[in-house]
Ligand binder design. Structure first.
Ligand SMILES: [Zn+2]
Length: 263
């Protein structure tokens, strides 16, 4: 009898273990983690530095362009061209509104506290129209400006689901992919990071089996900068370790995660 109980317990343990293994999130082709390169605000240095380096290593970036970006106006054809080549143009609002209580450089008219829910949603829809006019795409992702998601006191992260495939926010690298929210994804603003720090961020995701989303602003000179050499060193490292890292645009990666979490 005791042996039967022991055997039953062992059988149950095997079952539980097998279930846990099955439930584990899997990246394509046995890769250990995902890495996503995102760039904010639609800057000239993206076209001049980031894109050529991404192209050199065969990676595709996601560029969250603000509708009011000067570069988007001055160099529209070049932005259209990079989208044609597989890079992603993401929505980053029209006017870059943020929480003025946190960010004192925000003008009163672009303070999210004085926005209404309707206002931010209308702005996001119009930004989608503008980007569609550039790249012809009807599917879009979103990068919360300043990672803020409260407008006029209301959390609008639920209301954007019909507008976007996913939305990038900021938070530490997730410990697990269970319950991953593609509409409020963690990411890291990596300004002034050294090559080693950039690589360490990717490796943290590898150790956890989850995802590292890099949030770049200027590359190769400018505000919230990462040096061109450091940026290139990161891409080179990911390329050399491509057996470990799944790479895709933010949209491709969010679609993959959504599909996997359905299973
Ligand atoms: Zn921004």
């Amino acid at each position: 009898m005791q042996t039967t109980v022991k055997l039953l317990a062992l059988f149950l343990m095997i079952l539980i273990f097998a279930n846990e293994t099955d439930a584990q999130f899997k990246w394509p082709n046995g890769k250990k983690a995902a890495v996503v390169f995102t760039y904010d605000d639609g800057l000239d240095c993206h076209l001049d530095v980031a894109v050529p380096q991404l192209d050199e290593f065969g990676f595709k970036g996601t560029f969250f362009c603000t509708g009011s970006s000067q570069s988007l106006y001055n160099r529209t054809e070049e932005w259209r061209e990079i989208a044609k080549n597989g890079h992603e143009l993401g929505n980053h609002t029209l006017f870059h509104p943020c929480d003025g209580n946190i960010h004192d450089w925000i003008k009163p008219e672009y303070d999210l506290n004085s926005y209404t829910l309707e206002q931010i949603l209308a702005e996001l829809k119009t930004a989608n129209t503008l980007l569609k006019a550039i790249d012809g795409k009807t599917e879009r992702t979103f990068g919360y400006t300043c990672s803020n998601f409260i407008a006029g006191g209301e959390d609008f992260s639920d209301d954007i689901e019909e507008l976007f495939v996913g939305a990038r926010c900021d938070a530490p690298i997730p410990e697990t992919m269970d319950g991953y929210n593609v509409y409020k994804t963690p990411s890291k603003g990596v300004q002034n990071f050294t090559s080693e720090e950039l690589i360490a961020y990717a490796n943290e995701a590898k150790d956890k089996g989850t995802i590292a989303i890099f949030m770049f602003h200027s590359v190769g000179g400018g505000y919230l900068n990462v040096g061109a050499e450091e940026h290139r060193a990161l891409l080179k490292y990911i390329e050399e370790n491509k057996d470990d890292f799944f790479t895709g645009t933010f949209m491709e990666t969010m679609k993959y995660i959504k599909e996997k979490l359905k299973d």
